[in-house]
Design a protein. Structure first.
Length: 309
C-alpha cells in the first residue's frame, strides 16, 4: 500500500500529564506519523521540556502560541507539511492501528472525494455510572436533547436545528456529516477552501461542527471509520465552569447558525427551540442558567443589528 505523508497536530494547554499519556499512545502506532506538530499555549514549559528529553520515535516540531483552539489548529496547518493532517486532542488514547486504518480510507479513495475521516470514540459506556439514579438522569437528559434538536449521539448527520449528531455508538463504517473534534483527519487540499474559524468564542466550542460543514460546502465527503478506535479521556484539567461553557455554547451555536444555515422560518423556529432547550438542560445549575441567559441577551442585541438572525 502506497503511503502518504502524515502530520499529526496536537494543540494543548495546561494538561501536561494528559499530553504525556497521549504522546505515549501515539508512539505505539503501527503506522507512525511522519511528523508531530505540537502547538502549545500552556502557562509553563512542561510540554516543551518533555518533548526535548523524551525519545519520541518521529520528528517533532514545537510552537508556543497564544491560547485559542481554532487559532492553534490553524498554526498547526501552516507549520505542517503532510498530505494528510490528523488532529488529536491532548487527552486521547489511540489503539495501535488507528492511523494505519484512517490512512487506508484516504488511499482507497482514489478519486479524492473524501476530504475528512473520523474514527470511533470508545469508552462512553464504560464511563457511565450504573446506579438507577444515574441511569434515570442520563435517559432524562438524552430525551431532552432529542426533543430540543440538540447535539447528541446518532447517525453522524446535522439536525434541522444545525446541531450535529455523532456516530460513535455505531459499529459500522459509513459516510457522515459531522466530525468529532478530538479525532479528525483531513486531506491537505481541504484547507485551500476551509479554515478553523477564529471568530468562535472562548476556546472554540463547536469548531468540529463548523469545520465539518465547511468540508461539505467545499464539495468533499466525510467518512466514519468504525474500526479505527480511540478513547477520549475528557481531562478535567483546564475545563470551563458551567457559566462560561453555557454562554460560549449559546453564542457559538448562534454564530454558526447564521453562518451555515438558510434563514427560513422553519429553521429559525428550530434554532430558537434548541436555544430554549439549552436553558432547560442547565436548569439544575444556577451558573449554567446565568451563562445561557447572558448568551441570550447578547443574541437579542445582535438581532437589532444588520445581518443578524
Amino acid at each position: 500500500m502506497t503511503s502518504l505523508i502524515i502530520s499529526v497536530i496536537i494543540c494543548t494547554r495546561n494538561r501536561f500529564a494528559d499530553f504525556e499519556a497521549t504522546i505515549g499512545s501515539l508512539a505505539k502506532q503501527i503506522r507512525l506519523p511522519d511528523e508531530l506538530i505540537v502547538v502549545d499555549s500552556s502557562d509553563t514549559e512542561g510540554v516543551h521540556e518533555y518533548l526535548n528529553r523524551s525519545n519520541i520515535p518521529m520528528p517533532f516540531y514545537y510552537f508556543h502560541t497564544r491560547p485559542g483552539l481554532t487559532y492553534q489548529r490553524n498554526v498547526g496547518i501552516e507549520k505542517s507539511r503532510g498530505q494528510l493532517l490528523f488532529f488529536f486532542d491532548d487527552d486521547i488514547h489511540l489503539e495501535p492501528n488507528y492511523i494505519e486504518l484512517i490512512e487506508k480510507v484516504f488511499i482507497d479513495d482514489t478519486l479524492g472525494r473524501i476530504g475528512a475521516v473520523g474514527g470511533r470514540i470508545a469508552g462512553m459506556k464504560r464511563r457511565e455510572k450504573t446506579s438507577i439514579f444515574h441511569w434515570l438522569k442520563k435517559n432524562y437528559f438524552n430525551m431532552l436533547r432529542h426533543i430540543f434538536l440538540q447535539s447528541d449521539f446518532g447517525t453522524g448527520r446535522f439536525r434541522y436545528s444545525g446541531m450535529p449528531t455523532h456516530p460513535h455508538l455505531l459499529m459500522t463504517s459509513r459516510y457522515i456529516e459531522c466530525l468529532s473534534g478530538c479525532c479528525m483527519a483531513f486531506r491537505r487540499q481541504v484547507f485551500t477552501l476551509a479554515r478553523f474559524d477564529e471568530k468562535l468564542r472562548g476556546y472554540g466550542q463547536m469548531e468540529d461542527a463548523d469545520i465539518s460543514k465547511q468540508v461539505l460546502n467545499a464539495g468533499y465527503k466525510i467518512y466514519y471509520e468504525a474500526s479505527a478506535v480511540l478513547d477520549h479521556k475528557i481531562s478535567a484539567a483546564d475545563r470551563l465552569k458551567d457559566r462560561e461553557l453555557a454562554e460560549m455554547t449559546v453564542l457559538n451555536y448562534a454564530y454558526l447558525f447564521r453562518k451555515h444555515w438558510a434563514q427560513n422560518l422553519g429553521r429559525k423556529i428550530a434554532f430558537y427551540w434548541t436555544l430554549l432547550g439549552l436553558f432547560v438542560l442547565y436548569i439544575h445549575s444556577s451558573l449554567g442558567r446565568q451563562g445561557v441567559l447572558s448568551g441570550f441577551k447578547q443574541i437579542v442585541q445582535e438581532v437589532r443589528t444588520p445581518n443578524a438572525i
